[in-house]
Design a protein around this ligand. Sequence first.
Ligand code: COA
Length: 559
Amino acid sequence: MRILLIVSAFNSLSQRIFVDLKELGHSPAVIYAASENEMQKKIQDFNPDVIVCPYLKKKLPKTIWENKPTFIIHPGIMGDRGAYSLDWAILEKKQIWGVTIIKANDILDGGDIFASEEFAMRSAPKASIYRHEVATAASKALKNALKNLENKDFTPKKLDYADKEIKGRAHPFMTQNERKIEWQKETTDEIIKKIYASDSFPGVLDEFFGVECYLFGAQKEEFLRGNPKEILAKRDGAVCVGTIDGALWISHMKEKEKMIKLPAAFVLKEKLLGVRENRIPLILEEKRETFKEIFFEEKDSVGYLYFEFHNGAMSAHQCVRLKYAIESVIERDIKVLVLMGGEDFFCNGIHLNIMEDSKKKAEDGWSNLHSMNELARTIIFSTNIITVSALRGGAGAGGVSLAGACDFVVAKDGTVLNPHYMNLGLFGSEYWTYTLPKKIGAEKADELMQKCMPIGAQEAKRIKLVDEVFDENIDKFTKELQEFCSELAKSEDYHDLLLKKREKLKNDELEKSIDSYKEEELKKSYDSFYDENSLFHKLRYEFVHKLCQTQTPKRFKDA
Ligand code: COA
């Protein structure tokens, strides 16, 4: 089928649906829900069989849904209506939630129901549930809805609240009143729930030391204690705050005045001068509830190194810490090192928000780039161990290149990769010019980098960007990953694998010095950082400040 996606942004869910539809053999195209004229023109030119709206922040004009079957992917169970569905589901402690495919009509979320999928709620930030449970359910529900649409015997369900299967209800808009934390009354769990319900957008509005800011990234603390709302400690940019029954960490804040999401310590700055630094080991191995970004597990001679960096963005400091962590764990008695990345994103490259906030943007961004390069280099040249990157969530730009620095790349089914850098106006780094063409061929590498479109795990496997795709269910994925890595570690061919790796590096070096790839990338990237009129500065500003797209990006013309 020819399927047109109308989106308010080509966000994670829209990208997932786009790659899924391609995988099913459909022809998807994308247009932003910006101007009615533009949408109509695209409909005329593309002549879709169906329109699907995976992420829409405004109502579609009647002229669109009246003339083409148009479906809304709503992140709620059957009968749920209105914005902020997931926020309400978290605040109201729903155990089961879902996704419903609704035919667009003139009642918001009130059209006929073509399919619905449910899932068990997890205690996690809204954005994490959106990127995992909602994406999986939406993918299944849309497949069913498209089948139902073609089935002449299928009758869609009417939105009838007398129907016992329709358990959802219309809910009101959620304001900061419902999100507001009452520090003197609410327990740690209640506060975390409120921050989860608002993370990643809009955050919970609060105030610390007179700075009005939105709060993000809540994590329970097991040991530290103090008065409610008292800042008890700081660590790696996060702050620990007392509650009536314990304490929690808040990793990120967005100052109301400035509206850039940053590590909390970057927002509160000198106000934290007297607050003590609470250190933990570089690699935390003990199971303990606290704010920790890098942690490690070992099983069957395989080391699993997790780096849970918010949004997958890695500052220079985080890159350096991760590099030290890698250097330290490969000294251990393990045969395989698995880079686990974060739960939601494996890695999304240099930290664009921190760079944007810097007074010396070029210098700070440039050193972030160098530290990413050093990290990639450490992985590429780790010749005493087999390395695997495990993509449990998406990866973008430098994050894909970092994964590609490993000997094997495995991905959870449904993962979306964006290997290109040009959407941010960058040539790219992290030795991608060395690793990518060797993996997938120069022509395909060039195509991926130029087209700037997302690629699904299955397609990534077909083109050899990814070696294995394991189950979408995280428990099954973990089991398959562990089996794969244990097999590698105990394989009779293990030493041959290592020898081949060393041989390959030696031959590659002879062909062309591996560091010269990096030098060339740096040369091509220099102006993007140091020319203040570069496209990178403009696009990064727009990305960080989330300036609404008013026009469909050119790269979707042929999509
Ligand atoms: N630096 C800082 N923040 C980043 C980031 C980065 N490199 N990459 C993603 N983020 C943030 C986004 O701002 C967003 O923030 P939120 O907490 O306000 O929601 C969040 O991570 C999720 O990103 P979003 O763009 O909404 O996710 P997506 O799944 O729709 O798209 C990417 C994923 C990777 C395609 C997209 O985030 C992207 O292009 N990132 C930039 C990659 C890049 O160019 N890195 C620099 C060069 S190495």
